[in-house]
Write a protein that binds this ligand. Structure first.
Ligand SMILES: *Cc1c(COP(=O)(O)O)cnc(C)c1O
Length: 392
């Protein structure tokens, strides 16, 4: 009997935007992914920070399955319970006031940008429309969130992008202040730990300085928690490491535990800038997706977050000083590793040896499931250490 060649069929029918690894993923359980040939991999990527509780976590599966069997979609013309409960829980856990639900990180940021422009227009005038973001940031792939992304190599092919974005230098607070003034900024959007840009942790002084500028100028401080959010850094949201109060928080990835969701949280200050018709999403707040997210978010209590911090420390302790490991960056279970060998080669060797890893710029990046059993974590780290130490 001839076996379907899935990789070839993919190349034939899927638009070639992804350089995939030669793995046809079939079944997942916890931190272990099994491919079509039965080969097992320890997952240190979580589908890029999405499967927070690993593959097919039983409580998440139960939540999604029972909601799918009860009511799968209604559109936003009607009220549904899971999205209301999820919004209430998000507000309760963050102190934010209102939530807009969408389906991805890019959409969560699009909404944040609309909120900032609307707030600035109402309070300062239409000319206050510029959004300041940082160099090396990543905010998404839509034409507007690409424009917001401070990495010019993403911009070149798709001109013209949405106008109205400027890029400050991280850690240069005076320049950020000058730019915000000169450009008549409506808001500042930043990641406390830049993910795609190389797992770069912003300093406490810088982030607090940006928060001060926003407060002084009465413009919106928007924190992109798409990758850093939902427990990844050892706090529920990474801004909570910095003692700041953002006006807008955008999140996605890990919130749904594997279902597509975006959420834009608004503080009291800007919670009511939108009126009916100003923004919308057909799928946003979908009951099945929100039931899954509720299952994830409701289990992220202080004990759970402390465990994330502890496992993040275990990763650092295990790899620090190992041959081929030059430096470790990141927060909690969002880990960047500066390696002697090229990070891409290490990822390939790890894959062969049964561990899935990521890169971010020239670093190796690890985003294991937050509830990964210690045994799987240590077994995977031994393989990563070996790949870092390999002599070419
Ligand atoms: C992944 C990511 C996005 C984009 O999310 P999508 O769901 O792919 O649209 C935006 N911001 C940050 C910080 C991200 O890591």
């Amino acid at each position: 009997m001839s076996k379907t060649n899935w990789m070839e069929l993919d190349r034939e029918h899927i638009a070639p935007t992804y350089a995939r690894f030669p793995v046809v993923a079939s079944i997942g359980k916890g931190a272990i992914l099994t491919d079509e040939n039965g080969k097992e991999y320890i997952d240190f990527g979580s589908g890029i920070g999405v499967t927070s509780f690993g593959y097919c976590d039983p409580l998440w599966v139960e939540a999604v399955q029972s909601q799918a069997a009860q009511l799968q979609h209604t559109s936003n013309l009607y009220y549904t319970k899971p999205c209301i409960e999820l919004a209430a829980l998000l507000c309760q856990k963050t102190g934010m006031s209102k939530v807009f639900f969408s389906n991805s990180g890019a959409e969560a940021n699009e909404c944040a940008i609309k909120v900032a422009r609307q707030y600035a227009e109402k309070n300062h005038g239409k000319e206050y429309s510029t959004i300041l973001t940082l160099k090396e940031s990543f905010h998404g792939r839509t034409l507007t969130t690409l424009a917001a992304t401070g990495q010019v190599h993403y911009h070149e092919q798709f001109q013209p992008l949405t106008p109205g974005f400027v890029f400050g230098d991280s850690e240069d607070i005076e320049k950020v202040r000058q730019m915000a003034e000169a450009e008549k900024a409506a808001g500042i959007l930043l990641e406390c730990v830049q993910g795609e840009g190389g797992v770069n942790v912003m300093s406490r002084d810088f982030v607090r300085g940006v928060a001060d500028i926003c407060k002084e100028k009465d413009i919106l401080l928007m924190i992109d928690e798409v990758q850093t959010g939902n427990g990844r850094t050892g706090k529920l949201y990474s801004y909570m490491h910095y003692d700041i109060e953002p006006d807008v928080v955008s999140t996605a990835k890990g919130l749904g535990g594997g279902m597509p969701i975006g959420a834009t949280l608004m503080s009291d200050k800007c919670a009511d800038v939108f009126s009916p018709g100003d923004h919308g999403s057909t799928f946003g707040g979908n009951p099945v997706v929100c039931a899954g997210a509720l299952s994830i978010l409701s289990r992220m209590d202080d004990d759970f977050l402390a465990q994330v911090g502890k496992k993040g420390q275990m990763i650092r302790d295990h790899l620090t000083g190992k041959p081929g490991v030059k430096e470790i960056t990141g927060l909690g279970m969002m880990v960047g590793i500066v390696t002697e060998r090229a990070a891409g080669d290490i990822v390939k060797d790890c894959l062969e040896a049964g561990v899935l890893c990521l890169t971010a710029k020239d670093k190796l990046r690890l985003l294991p499931p937050l509830n990964i059993p210690e045994e799987d974590l240590m077994r995977g780290l031994d393989i990563v250490a070996e790949a870092c130490a390999k002599q070419e």
